[in-house]
Design a protein around this ligand. Structure first.
Ligand SMILES: Nc1ncnc2c1ncn2[C@@H]1O[C@H](COP(=O)(O)OP(=O)(O)O)[C@@H](O)[C@H]1O
Ligand SMILES: [Mg+2]
Length: 262
């Protein structure tokens, strides 16, 4: 699993431009340059339509850049890279599989011996408090529980890179807070390299080691800020002055972009 040179970024985006519909079409991403190193938790923060999902889809090998290059472990991404975990806003659980089977799907799809991965699946379920729900079907779960199952699934094969696209966007505020705390705990424990798309400033600052702000379409890197916050965080951090300073800074940036009006 290890790489020869740990100082090499795991992701390199160089002047990545993505256009839809040919030359005269719509530019979704405009010369995105961004490196991500192993173990970072990077939030991509920006308004709707600025290309956040498109960027993740390029990383997942589901879209090809129009110009520029995008490397994973030093190699251009052509099709879904090995070692990728994905969790999106719609949890995409299969209703005819129980919770445990849903978590085990990546092993099933990967042609691996599903039985070998069951202990790990159960451990992940325990980590998010769902150990007693292994044989329950998704239709009997709340939105928050379903999203926890989806997170377990994305972590099953110990991904080198975890891509999360507004995974908590459809949840009520309290459940979202809880899942923020849960996800942070998991990340602090495992340090999986994560790219997390959100348009919540609070969520971005709480979860991340670095926040990359995209401008409104066409998406450009407007700001790239390494956060000097404790590695281990509880929700109470959100009331601390250093947290509020960052949150205020990003809000001010969105105001200058004309996206929020005080
Ligand atoms: N497959 C596609 N074909 C054409 N336009 C697309 C496609 N995917 C995304 N877009 C456009 O690209 C822009 C960025 O979309 P998206 O990446 O979904 O933004 P975000 O996730 O930041 O809300 C939007 O204007 C969207 O309509
Ligand atoms: Mg999106």
């Amino acid at each position: 699993m290890g790489r020869a040179d740990a100082s090499q970024p795991i992701i390199v985006s160089r002047d990545l431009t993505k256009r839809f519909g040919g030359r005269a079409g719509l530019t979704a991403l405009d010369r995105i340059s961004l490196d991500v190193r192993e173990g970072e938790f990077v939030a991509l923060l920006g308004p709707s339509g600025c290309g956040k999902s498109t960027f993740l889809r390029c990383l997942a090998g589901l879209e090809q850049p129009t110009e520029g290059e995008l490397l994973f472990d030093g190699r251009p991404i052509q099709g879904p890279p090995q070692g990728l975990g994905i969790a999106f806003q719609r949890d995409a659980l299969l209703d005819w599989f129980d919770v445990l089977q849903n978590v085990l799907l990546p092993a099933e799809f990967g042609g691996l011996r599903v039985r070998d991965h069951e202990p790990r699946a159960r451990e992940l379920l325990r980590m998010v408090g769902l150990q007693d729900f292994a044989h329950v079907y998704p239709s009997a779960l709340s939105g928050g529980m379903r999203q926890r199952v989806a997170i377990c699934r994305s972590l099953l094969l110990e991904p080198r890179l975890l891509l999360m696209d507004e995974p908590f966007g459809a949840l009520d505020a309290m459940t979202r807070d809880q899942l923020n705390a849960d996800l942070h705990r998991i990340w602090a424990d495992r340090r999986m390299t994560t790219l997390f798309v959100t348009h919540s400033i609070t969520e971005a600052v709480f979860l991340s080691t670095r926040v990359v702000v995209f401008s409104p379409r066409p998406g450009r890197v407007a700001e790239n800020v390494v956060l000097d916050l404790p590695a281990h965080r509880t929700l109470a951090l959100r009331e601390e002055p250093e947290f509020l300073r960052y949150a205020r800074g990003f809000r001010a940036l969105f105001e200058t972009m004309g996206l929020i009006h005080g």
